[in-house]
Design a protein around this ligand. Structure first.
Ligand SMILES: *Cc1c(COP(=O)(O)O)cnc(C)c1O
Length: 367
């Protein structure tokens, strides 16, 4: 028998979350962001459930190739644009729209021999200082692109640094609006957090949700997925493979960081940091055993971790050898443990945990 760990990708939840994105931005087209192999879910595993999107946004050319290989004929956007001139050939061949964030990319286009006009998304650096043309150079960049025969449509985009706090997009929105006010072209501004803030610009033709699709709240702990009516799309589950009965003073795991204060029973779970569970998750990080909440104990090791079974028994839930353990996602009794709760306890975000799901974990699709 293989190790009892597995991940499950839930298609119904992906569909539900996509509809939730639609209702948050009813007048906009939706780029489903599927970078980083669909936030660790696997592009091939989510594609069917997200086909209702208007386009797919990603950044690796090989991922774009995989999406075309799945039969997707609609728009695909490279959100970092091309990295070298020959990428432009692939953009023509696969009909990829691509971001232009710097002059070097315009130079590549200008030198590119092509019969098909490129659809580009010109990116403004409205304050995040990661990619894009500064507001005062944006118009000049647009004019350069507009003069190229290689360029067909020019859309406009920017990205927010603080969309997860109330009012956090205002400064960048106004920078963008002022600098782009009379330029033609479709606009794309909002990521997940900005969409939830509910202050979408009415003129925004495209939204770019990522994390919303995957059932994680970008503004946790201010809000949970339940607050946003989202469902978990990934479950990481395993089983109890050993039980230990402790007396007061016994310790658990490497470094003996957990010390039993009284007699207790613990379960050893086949899941560790080599599976993608965060090693920094401390004692008390929530875990579902048999569909009931309990807690992690001591340090997470490479292949195993320990959970408290005593508290469960006191509540009348008998858990032991073979019990189902949900590290995040949905238990078979319907209980939900949001990935954000686990991430928060470990000092990180849901994004990082889903992206870090390890290759050795077998993944099934609940279609
Ligand atoms: C990752 C990314 C998104 C999606 O962000 P979420 O917070 O996951 O919604 C949108 N736009 C750009 C440019 C990105 O890099």
């Amino acid at each position: 028998m293989p190790r009892p760990i597995s991940a499950t990708i839930h298609h119904a939840a992906l569909r539900h979350n996509l509809l939730r994105c639609r209702s948050a931005a009813p007048d906009s087209k939706v780029w489903a962001v599927i970078k980083a192999n669909a936030y660790g879910h696997g592009i091939e595993r989510v594609h069917e459930a997200l086909r209702g999107a208007d386009g797919f946004a990603l950044l690796d050319l090989d991922e774009a190739q995989r999406v075309r290989g799945l039969g997707w004929r609609g728009p695909i956007l490279l959100i970092e644009g091309v990295f070298e001139p020959r990428d432009l050939e692939l953009c023509c061949e696969l009909r990829l729209w691509h971001t232009i964030h710097c002059h070097a990319q315009i130079d590549m286009l200008a030198a590119h021999k092509t019969r098909t006009a490129h659809h580009v998304f010109l990116k403004m650096n409205s304050g995040m200082n990661r990619l894009g043309f500064p507001a005062n150079q944006f118009r000049a960049a647009w004019a350069r692109l507009h003069a190229l025969t290689q360029v067909g449509e020019i859309s406009l985009m920017t990205h927010f640094s603080d969309a997860d706090v109330p009012g956090g997009t205002q400064r960048q929105r106004s920078t963008f609006d002022v600098a782009a006010c009379d330029l033609p072209g479709e606009r794309s501004l909002d990521n997940s957090a900005a969409m939830l803030a509910g202050d979408l610009a009415p003129s925004c033709e495209w939204v770019r949700p990522g994390i919303l699709l995957y059932g994680s709240a970008p503004d946790y702990p201010a809000h949970t997925i339940a607050d946003h009516a989202l469902l978990p799309t990934m479950t990481l589950a395993s089983r109890v493979i050993a039980v230990q009965d402790l007396v007061a003073g016994d310790t658990v795991g490497y470094g003996s960081t957990f010390v039993a204060q009284a007699p207790m029973r613990i379960g050893i779970v086949a899941c560790g940091y080599a599976d993608g569970y965060p090693r920094h998750a401390p004692t008390d990080t929530p875990v579902l055993v048999g569909g009931h909440r309990t807690r992690l104990l001591g340090r997470v090791s490479m292949d195993m971790l320990a959970v408290d079974l005593t508290a469960l028994r006191e509540e009348g839930h008998d858990a032991g050898m073979g019990s189902e353990v949900v590290l995040w996602g949905c238990a078979s009794n319907g209980a939900i443990l949001g990935i954000d709760e686990v991430a928060h306890a470990a000092g990180t975000v849901g994004y990082e945990l889903m992206c870090a799901l390890s290759l050795r974990v077998p993944v099934r699709v609940d279609a």
